[in-house]
Write a protein that binds this ligand. Sequence first.
Ligand SMILES: [Zn+2]
Length: 80
Amino acid sequence: MLTKTSYSCEICGKTFKDAAKCEQHEKDHPQPYAVKPLKVTAGKIYPDNLHVSFRDGDGRESVARYAFREIVQIDAQGEG
Ligand SMILES: [Zn+2]
């Protein structure tokens, strides 16, 4: 019987034979640190788009634009 060891990225699940390559891969996943709302369509309450600033484990920064799709949770405790 052969025993094989593999390593899985905790963020996306990609598997690696080499632990160091898996660790570097995990560091390459950018993490969000700031969100900037963009235009809001007249009559709507949520912005149509967001700019999200990311930084990876090596300090590289990027900004991605995300488009509004749907509300997935509303906390009713904040109302009233
Ligand atoms: Zn990954």
